[in-house]
Write a protein of this length. Sequence first.
Lengths: 329, 329, 325, 325
Amino acid sequence: MALSKDHMLNIYRDMVLIRRFEEIIEKYSKNGTIPGFIHLSIGQEAAQAGVIDVLRETDYKFPDHRGHGAIVLASRPEDRKLIMAEIFGKKTGINGGRGGSMHINDLKVRNMGFNGIQGSTVVTSLGTAFASVYNQTDDVTVVFMGDGTLGEGTCHESMNMAATWKLPLIYVLINNQYAISTPYTESHPQKQLSDWGKGYNVPSMTVDGNDIEAVIEVTQSAVDRAKRGEGPTLIELMTYRWQGHFSGDPAAYRPEGELEKWKEKCPIKLAKEKLLNHFGVHESEITEIHNWVEKEINSYLEFSLASPNPSPQDSIKYVYTDVEVEGRS
Amino acid sequence: MALSKDHMLNIYRDMVLIRRFEEIIEKYSKNGTIPGFIHLSIGQEAAQAGVIDVLRETDYKFPDHRGHGAIVLASRPEDRKLIMAEIFGKKTGINGGRGGSMHINDLKVRNMGFNGIQGSTVVTSLGTAFASVYNQTDDVTVVFMGDGTLGEGTCHESMNMAATWKLPLIYVLINNQYAISTPYTESHPQKQLSDWGKGYNVPSMTVDGNDIEAVIEVTQSAVDRAKRGEGPTLIELMTYRWQGHFSGDPAAYRPEGELEKWKEKCPIKLAKEKLLNHFGVHESEITEIHNWVEKEINSYLEFSLASPNPSPQDSIKYVYTDVEVEGRS
Amino acid sequence: MTRKISFSKAINEALHQEMERDEKVFIIGEDVAKMGGDFGITAGIWSKWPKRAFDTALSESAIIGLSCGAALCGLRPVAELMFADFIAVCYDQIVNNAAKLSYMYEGKASAQIVVRAVTGGGIRCAYHHSQCIEPWLMNIPGLVVLAPSTPYEAKGLLISAIRNNNPVIFLEHKGLYNKKGEVPEDLYELPLYKANIVREGSDITIVAAMSMVDFAQKAAEELSGQGIQCEIINPLTLFPLDKETIINSVAKTGRLVIIQEGPKFMGYAAEIGSMVYEEIFEYLKAPMKRITSLDTPVPFAPVMEDYVMPQYEDVLKACNQLMSF
Amino acid sequence: MTRKISFSKAINEALHQEMERDEKVFIIGEDVAKMGGDFGITAGIWSKWPKRAFDTALSESAIIGLSCGAALCGLRPVAELMFADFIAVCYDQIVNNAAKLSYMYEGKASAQIVVRAVTGGGIRCAYHHSQCIEPWLMNIPGLVVLAPSTPYEAKGLLISAIRNNNPVIFLEHKGLYNKKGEVPEDLYELPLYKANIVREGSDITIVAAMSMVDFAQKAAEELSGQGIQCEIINPLTLFPLDKETIINSVAKTGRLVIIQEGPKFMGYAAEIGSMVYEEIFEYLKAPMKRITSLDTPVPFAPVMEDYVMPQYEDVLKACNQLMSF
Ligand SMILES: Cc1ncc(C[n+]2csc(CCOP(=O)(O)OP(=O)(O)O)c2C)c(N)n1
Ligand SMILES: Cc1ncc(C[n+]2csc(CCOP(=O)(O)OP(=O)(O)O)c2C)c(N)n1
Ligand SMILES: [Mg+2]
Ligand SMILES: [Mg+2]
């Protein structure tokens, strides 16, 4: 697929933005400012940016636990600092600080958020796809899932139902080689995980997830298929996470040299080479992008750091839509 | 596959026995003597008799909710009346009357029993297959499941694990066309349900489940494969249940003429024709079998009817292996 | 006088009328559409609204997951799980997804779903088709658990449940399906979170839900003849519970009996007892009594199942003991 | 004096020693083998016994189902579920399969499995990694739920659990992993179904489990200075519960405080309160107090999570109120 120069520059900026976003939160997670655990997707930028690039604001998106990149790119630019503030657990967070890294949703752009139970969104996403059919709109649903998550029974129930009913649902299986420490080759019997989808008569394919153009192309064709009423698609994107499972995991389970090999295939590096070599872009344009990103990210960070904590009393809000639960006196 | 005449006569007797067993309990369920619901497998005799025929006493068997036939044939002849008594809820029942039709187990022949939650035994059976590997025995495990049951997420988790670990586990998917009222074509996307197994790189095939020789042949080859350490097999047996989902269900959801068409393919009728036409068996030998079965079944029935009810106090036994629960004073 | 219809007919009618009124309502589940449900409760819906009634595969997690997702888009799914025991296979979707969506979305969206499920014993179906699953759900903030005992309550509560924006588990006790009672033909709502004082009395408060209400009424009649006046409270909404009505009643009577099907240990009778012990200790005249099932699985043989169920004589005995304490 | 080791090391040691002793024991779960567990609890096992440690796919139902099946063949699986919240995705396997196998097989076989799971809050992991799932399991006859609070208890109870023939849910509270304490090097069993009297006292009975025990002890110290003597009971086995020890204590003190992490409504404090109200009403001097989490999901932001957790000052306040009741 041939992207225009502007498109390629835009998406390059997107990828740099989410890379830097992650690097910043990694730093503040490691120094203890960000509470809890965060799952970084450094190295997987193309798989997130490419998919989101194809989608409209009204398409339903279910990011996974490693989905900061998709979440940031799906959001409106003015909301991105709120996403970072959420990860910091601040009152200004896009969900008031109650969700944190793993539970960021943003209904106005139909980022439906993640559920900490792997495989859960794989069935929830049936419902938004179903609603598009019920309401006769052409909004598609995309659910991100990992190679490990494919172990859950919900994946089967979802695929079986989506395929039977031809729902406009796209399964983006980000195969980053591992589920925590376990290589996908040791927990699944298929050579490529996309083989699994073929057992449901669902178009299923494996694509280089670090090749931004390939990701955009395969996503677009799945979206088109969904809109034609032909049902779900399973897209396996081959990629690699550079960090451990969570920020702080030393990832001792990786064979020596593996990370280095994958760093060669860095999606941002590959895109940059293309920009310089095939799109006639100047180094200075690249530098400009990086400078813009730096300013942008810094503004998110300053905002996040300066923001106040939530009020503890907010903890009892929204348990029910109509019943107040008891707080503390 | 060519069976010997004796083998064919034996298996014919087996099928007649389970047909008559079911007809008797149907009668006593309809007249209210048997409590609760029973699921009859009349019409599916070959699928049960053929599979059990191949197995040894030490192979692990997980019957399904419609599995009286497999249960009876897996049991020792002297225990068959206890199985009927169980269905009547009697103290002499093989499980003391506590389980009834759906929960008949018999550990000495490794009939592991059914669990009323569809799809549950599909994962429990992983464990017996696993134990054979762990203990280095060559006992295989067979789990029966229905076309409807394939909807459960546990099927995926089980197949994924069995295929990855190459467990000696055989999935016998009895496709009797319906899950309660829902045709399998309306709840699954595959043309043949065995296609599903192919998504796990598991040898999967569809066979005429009313052809006793075909059932025996395909089961034998799956058992051989399991013993060679090559892992699981998925066998889809095409058949039909003549009765409704449970005894009493009028099965109004069936298109007209469908039942009649399948009655033409009655597995017992087909076997009898073979016996008469290809094995040179005399009508008198067939009659002898039927007479024997009649006497046999009547003895189970008399035993069941004459047996006492359980002691109510037995209800509190075996909740724990070591803790007494409180009864009534 | 209004006509009398059965509990199952009342539910069926509520579904028809709400489907008619609000096109965002649809039904989904195993065999709910063409066959009209394993228990016949959804009869006639598919033929009227073929595009709003969905037969699914045996995929309870997908049924609830889909319902949650559709609810987030503004639809109002009514899912049937058949036997409530099957909640176990989609427990995660109920407790970790449906129950938490309002909280996760800060009230901007919620799992406005109704999950209908058939609870309780008595039909000789043993371990996996007879359980009282109420306690599985009642420790999960965000869920609503409804438990009607009459056709009138069933219709009104189901209508309220469909219109409510929380995830509601609507329990139908198998023993009640054939029970008849007066039911208005029109649509009407019954308030959620509000217990019903089934009978007034000054001596003992009896709390009972679903099929245990009849039990309580029979006992109250009999005890009344002996001069003991029982007040019967039917919670209707088991969770979140109408504490006030119960507390007020026990503050008046000073004596508490709870009749509850299902194992005693950690059944909801435990919460009711503790609530009272914690909040109105000074009003209590006697110990509480819990009349419950035994702490066992539910066995098949009728004599065994009957033995583990709550015993009528135990209600009488308990009330007498409390009066002479 | 014995050496001091951490709670997590104590569990690790118990596993190593039982694996050594009984070759029917194996471990299974996500990342338990090569990596030694997400929390490092199973470290070193796979390298010693590569054929008895199994890394699985993310398939909790298969993990528990397989464990049940293997147990029926005489093996002794120890499964790890990581976060106890994930019990929800295999709830059916635990409550409808494991819990009922002994009953179904009339004691001829049983689910002699141990399911290790990490419960509770405090590490800022929000809704799905912070729950106290104890009440999900304690209404299910057939299950055993263990809840150690010290390294010594963890080792001894885990060894007993592995040797026991019932399905045991072994809860490890995240807040305790780094806690150190004296632990004998040898193998030893601690009795199941037996509560521990952590501290004797005559005025108030405080029941507390897992990380709440420290809480209770601190409060008891402080109250002792004010002349209030608390008796602390740690159930250790939450289910089936050692009623007798608790009842005896409250019969002596007449006052009951329960500190329990997790939502109040239908938490196990409810059962303990009702048990006492039902059985020794005549000994009670004051209302019970439950110090619990709020009835909400567990939010992420530290100030929010801290707010929903049980509050130390509330323990002191409750005890003072009971004494002056
Ligand atoms: C039901 C459930 N089981 C286990 C976990 C713990 N867990 C969180 S992420 C993860 C690995 C997921 O692997 P994968 O799907 O490949 O995604 P990745 O982390 O590689 O991006 C596990 C086991 C969970 N959150 N939910
Ligand atoms: C988890 C679960 N869901 C639903 C049911 C109710 N149920 C019992 S049998 C059945 C249909 C099963 O169909 P199939 O597997 O094709 O077997 P068949 O009855 O046709 O032999 C259903 C829906 C159940 N027992 N367990
Ligand atoms: Mg992965
Ligand atoms: Mg079928």
